[in-house]
Each structure stands twice: as C-alpha cells, then as structure tokens.
Design a protein. Structure first.
Lengths: 292, 407
C-alpha cells in the first residue's frame, strides 16, 4: 500500500475514533461521577439518531434542517435522560450494582420499543448536510468532507469538556463530588442536583453522538447494542471516569480497527476485543484510570 | 302408502345427497403461508409476498377457483425463528388441514419447515429463502422452490462481470457469516472458469449491520484490484452506499454484487444517493420484461398494494403453479400433486418457468445489469441486463445427486 493509501487509512481511523469518543465520553462521565454504569447509553444514542432523522424530516423545507436537529436532538435526549434520573435512577444509587444494571438494561428494552413504536423498523436515511456533503479532494487525496468535520468535533468536545471541568464552578463542583462525595455534601453542595446535571450532560453527549452519526449511516434498529459494546471497549481501555482516557481509548480503538483490517482482514471484528483483553490483563484500571 | 313413502323418501335422499355433494364441491382448498411478517425483514419481504398471494387467490377465485373450489390462504408469522416456523407449520397441517405450505425468506426457517414437510408428507414450496442447500444438499421429495437460489445469483454475477470487465484482480467484500463466505466461493468458482487466472487480491469481512464503513472504503479505494465483488445485502447495501458516495467511490471503483440491483434495496434510495454504475442483480425487473403476464401484473400490483413487485412475486407465482398442478392431478392428494409439479412448465411473469424434477428447483432467471436513474422510474434500477441461461446458472442434476450422496 502506498503512502497516500496509508494516510487515508490513518484519517479513517481517526474519524472512526472521534465518532466513538463523542459517545463514549458520556458513558465515562456518568460512571466517573455517579458511579453508575449506564447500560442504556446506547439506547439514548439511538434515540438521538432517530430524533435527528425526525427533525430533519419535519423541517426539510427549511434550509439547514440538520443543523437545527443538531441543536435540538441532544437537548431532547438530555431532558429525557434527566427525567429518567429523577424518576428512576435516584432511587437506586445506594443499592448494589446489580440492581443498577438491571434497571438500565430494562431501559434499553423500553427505549428500543418506544422507538419502534414511534418510527417503525425501517432504515431511516438522513442526508449529509450542506456544505459537508461530497468528497474533499486535495492533490489526489480523496476523503469525505463530513468525516473531516467529525475529526474536528472530537478535539473541540474534548477541549470544551476539559475547560468546563477545570475552569467553571460547575466543573469544580463535579470534580469535588467525584473525589469525595460525603465531604462535598457536608460542605453544602446540592449533590442530588449535580448528579442530575451530570447525568443530563452524559445523555446530551449520547444524543450528540447519535445525531452526528445519522448522516453517516442511518437511523436503524440494533444500532444501540453495536455502539454500546464499542463504548465498553473504549472505557475499559481508557479507564472509567477519565476524560483523557476516553479520548486516548477512542483514538487507539479507531487506529486498531483501521489498520487491523489492513493487516488481518479476517480478524476485523475481533481487534477491538483483543485490545480490551490485553488491557484488562496488563492494566485492568485502564490506561488513564486509577487503580482502586 | 308404502309407494308414497318410498317415492318421497327417495327424492329427499337424492336432494340430500345432491346438496352434500354441492357443499363438498364448494369446500375451499386451504393452504398455509408462513413468512416473516413483522419487523424490518417482514416489511421488505413478507408483507409484499402475502399481498401478491392474496392478489393471486382473488384472481383465481373470481375466475371460478381450482376444480370449482375456492382457494383460501391462512397466514402465519414465523418471526424469523425456526422453532416458531416449525410450530405454526404443524398447526396449519394438523388443525387447519392445509393442502400445501409456502413462504419464508429465512433459509434457517425454511430448512426447519422442510424437515417437517418431509415428516408429514405435505408439499412445501419456499418462495424467498435462497440457500442452495434447501433444494440441494438437504432437498427431498416434499420441498420445492419457486424462486432463484444462491448458486444462480453468484454464477449470474460472475458471468456478467466476466463479460463486461474480465479483470483478473478481485477484491472481496462480504458480511462475516455463512452467506458471505459461501457467496465468495460460488462467485470465484464460476468467475475463474470464465477468467482462468483471476485471483483474490484482498478481502474484507465486516460484521452484518456494520455502521462505520470509512476504514473499509478507504482500504478498497487504495487497493489495486480491478473490481470488487460484494455480497452485502439489505440494510448494509444502503448504509455502505451512503458512506461510499462521500468518497466518490462509485466514480472510481468497479463494484458488483447480487443484492445491488434489487428493488428491495434500491427503492429506498433516491436519485442523488445511489450506487451509480454498479453491476447488480434483480429477481424481477419488470421494467425490462415484456410479456403479457408481467405487463399486467406489475401495474396491478403497484396499484392495488401500493408496493413495488420484486422477490415478492414468487408467492404469486407459486399459487398459480399449485393451481395448475392440482388441476393436472385432478385433486389435492399430496403425492399426485407432487408428481404433477415435477417438470411442470408454467407461464409466469418472469417467462416460461420449469420446475425441475431432480431437485424441485424452478429455473428462475436472474437479471444482472448496471444501476442507473431514469425519468420514468421513481428510484434507481438496473438496465441493459445480461441473463445467464438457467441451465448453467443452477447446479446440474448430476452435481445435485453428487452433493446429496455426500450427506
């Protein structure tokens, strides 16, 4: 394979990685602060994709319907997530993890069926929005514009979230609660409210991921489980609860997939899992996580 | 008194027997239709097939039925599960006393029902399950197929690719399960007969339902293959096309595959985002076929059901085939009907169709052409189709008896 091919493959890997990062970061954030592994994360991502499709369809006469969907769909998913947290999750924080998994797993099935009820079981195509449709051609290199856009989104989100955590009051409060919940509570922070806020933020990311991926593939049933498994690989490799871990984990995952299929195409499906197994054996708390 | 009694009695008796006879004559011929009727697959395959079947039943009944008796279809959902399929087949045979069973798109379900049909000695005609094994390795007296199969697909595509391109370096892209790998084998076996030094220079095996095609597309585009043989189907065709358009893939790469010309996938695309120039196959490209049955059927199907005819006309064709077989047999006795079905020639929308005796496979042709858009068709479709003679497309009777002997 020539240099040109390798560079394109590298870009493919980065773009895959950045897409996964946007979704995995929400999962990691929720676990880091709430100590809850939200199994329904994939279902919320799927909801974001379907909302993107629905909003784009409703507003298709308006120009820029995708961009409107990009604004509203994650917001709707976040509000939906907030109501889940307020009504359901709140009651089980102190229970053992198994109860949390059962609840969030049940949510996968419920959300999945609601989506089927509302939108049917067909494949729903969302057109790639102007001005990002079509290929970007430069000196003989061809790469889709929309994928380049996604590559940019990853670092923007990473830097934005990092700045939020470091420089804003909310970020400091979140970090305090993550570090020591009892002390933060004793000092007067409304832990309950922050939990809801963090959960909503995590769901917002899931919805964002779904909205951004909809033009790339389509909104279809089953997309929740596929992405959930990939997110698990990312957070295991990167370290649960770590922002930079999610970023690095996604990057490695994208690279491994893109170059794995170059070297061993028949094992393509297995690469992500092999990576996860290696990390679990050598460094079980993930690359950027802390040993418990 | 005796005479009067006996006279009236005889009249009454004859009237009674006459009306009994009449009721017998009008008793419907029931048949079972088992298919996936729910979910995404159901919407694409099962629902249109049932619509076609109901259309056939109405046409036949309006014209007087079969041997004076009306046809009655009883439909059941197999939910894509072999256990469910076998269970509803059992209900249909034992409780509803159906004369035959037909349907199914899932080869796994079809094999389960086929095994049951063999047990109870009732004919089963699969209309959409495509695995060659159903009438090949696992075929028997009680199973039939009025549709194409995987061998014919792959050989037809190979034939067209050899005629139009003839490239020696082949790149394989397929879903990573039995169907994908079997397609590669059947395609390369047929292609290397026509282009002897052809070889596989690269292969990719994404999982069924893969979402991110970017690394696959970029790898294919940087390879030096002459063309790509792609056995992706259904939703994967749609999502791959969407992703590939943004790479300018279809302007740069020669791409072929059995499911790339099918109405089921292409009717979901629009005239901007479609696999332009791809060599794809179709079971029933009604816009390319000109015979009285097809011309009438296509328009009627679209108008009455609101759906487009594709693989779904297998069910319609099967009902008419069974009508002819029952009329030829003079009744619904399963063994006589099966004898009549063997080597039966029917006038179908796809042309004259023969149901071969040795494996009960119909010689259904498979059209392969390049995908284009035109003004008169609302969605992208194939054109300039190449047809492989079915006698070469399907395995010969010798090959069938050989593979069955190996079981």
């Amino acid at each position: 394979m020539n240099i040109q091919g390798l560079i394109i493959q590298l870009l493919s890997g980065i773009s895959s990685g950045m897409v996964i990062f946007l979704i995995a970061v929400g999962l990691s954030l929720i676990f880091g602060t709430l100590k809850v592994l939200n199994l329904a994360h994939g279902a919320l991502y799927m909801l974001g994709a379907y909302l993107c499709y629905w909003i784009s369809c409703q507003l298709s006469d308006l120009g820029g319907s995708f961009w409107l969907a990009l604004f509203f769909a994650p917001l709707i998913v976040a509000i939906f997530g907030g109501s889940i947290e307020y009504l359901l999750l709140r009651r089980i924080y102190n229970r053992e993890p198994l109860d949390q998994y059962l609840l969030t797993f049940a949510l996968i099935l419920v959300i999945g069926d609601i989506i089927k009820l509302l939108w049917g079981v067909d494949f729903n195509m969302v057109p790639v929005p102007w001005p990002l449709n079509g290929p970007f051609i430069y000196m003989g290199y061809v790469f889709p514009r929309y994928n380049l856009f996604l590559i940019l989104c990853g670092p923007i989100v990473f830097v934005g979230l990092w700045a939020l955590m470091r420089y804003t009051r909310l970020g400091k409060v979140i970090r305090a609660i993550t570090y020591n919940r009892e002390m933060a509570n004793a000092l007067g922070t409304n832990v309950q409210l922050v939990y809801t806020a963090v959960f909503m933020l995590g769901c917002w990311f899931a919805g964002l991921g779904g909205t951004l991926i909809a033009p790339l593939t389509s909104a279809m049933p089953g997309m929740d489980m596929v992405i959930l498994i990939e997110c698990f690989i990312i957070v295991v490799v990167g370290g649960l609860g770590s922002l930079s871990g999610a970023f690095i984990g996604s990057f490695i995952f994208g690279m491994v997939n893109a170059f794995g299929i170059l070297v061993f195409p028949r094992l393509a499906i297995a690469f992500g899992f092999i990576l996860m197994i290696i990390v679990l054996i050598i460094r079980p708390w993930g690359l950027m996580g802390k040993p418990e | 008194m005796k005479r009067f009694f006996s006279c009236k009695f005889i009249v009454a008796l004859f009237s009674f027997l006459f009306f009994i006879g009449l009721a017998q004559a009008a008793e419907p011929i029931k048949f079972g239709f088992i298919h996936s009727l729910s979910g995404g697959i159901g919407q694409v395959y099962g629902v249109p097939d049932l619509a076609g079947v109901k259309m056939a039943v109405k046409e036949i009944n309006d014209a007087g039925g079969v041997l004076g008796r009306p046809l009655e279809v009883i439909e059941r959902d197999d939910k894509l599960s072999p256990e469910t399929g076998a269970r509803v087949a059992k209900d249909l045979v034992l409780s509803d006393k159906v004369v035959w069973l037909q349907g199914n798109v899932s080869s796994a379900v079809a094999l389960a029902i086929s095994a049951y049909a063999k047990e109870v000695k009732i004919p089963y005609i699969t209309s959409a399950a495509q695995s060659a094994a159903i009438t090949g390795e696992k075929g028997h007296r009680y199973v039939f197929r009025i549709s194409t199969n995987t061998t014919n697909y792959c050989r037809s595509i190979a034939n067209a690719a050899a005629k139009l391109w003839g490239g020696k370096k082949v790149f394989i892209l397929g879903p990573d399960y039995e169907y994908g790998h079997r397609s590669k084998k059947d395609f390369m076996d047929a292609y290397t007969k026509a282009v002897p030094d052809a070889k596989v220079v690269g292969e990719l095996w994404p999982k069924l339902g893969n979402q991110d095609w970017t690394p696959y597309i970029s790898k294919i585009m940087s390879s030096d293959a002459d063309f790509v043989y792609c056995s992706l189907w259904g939703g994967d065709v749609i999502s791959f096309t969407k992703a590939a358009i943004n790479f300018g893939y279809f302007d740069r790469i020669k791409h072929c595959g059995q499911d790339w010309g099918n109405m089921e996938a292409l009717s979901k695309m629009d005239k901007q985002v479609y696999p332009k120039g791809v060599l794809g196959g179709s079971h029933y490209p009604y816009w390319l076929i000109d015979n009285p049955i097809s011309n009438q059927l296509a328009g009627k199907f679209i108008k009455e059901t609101g759906m487009y005819p594709g693989l779904s006309i297998s069910g319609y064709t099967t009902v008419y085939a069974m009508k002819k077989a029952i009329e030829k047999a003079g009744g619904t006795d399963p063994e006589k009907v099966i004898d009549s079905l063997e080597n039966l020639e029917i006038d179908a929308a796809v042309g004259k169709l023969v149901i071969r005796k040795c494996d009960h496979q119909s010689m259904w042709p498979f059209w392969v052409g390049k995908v284009i858009v035109t003004k008169d068709q609302p969605w992208p479709h194939i054109s300039d189709a190449i047809l492989l003679d079915p006698s070469q497309g399907y395995r010969s009777c010798e090959e069938i008896s050989q593979v069955r002997a190996q079981q």
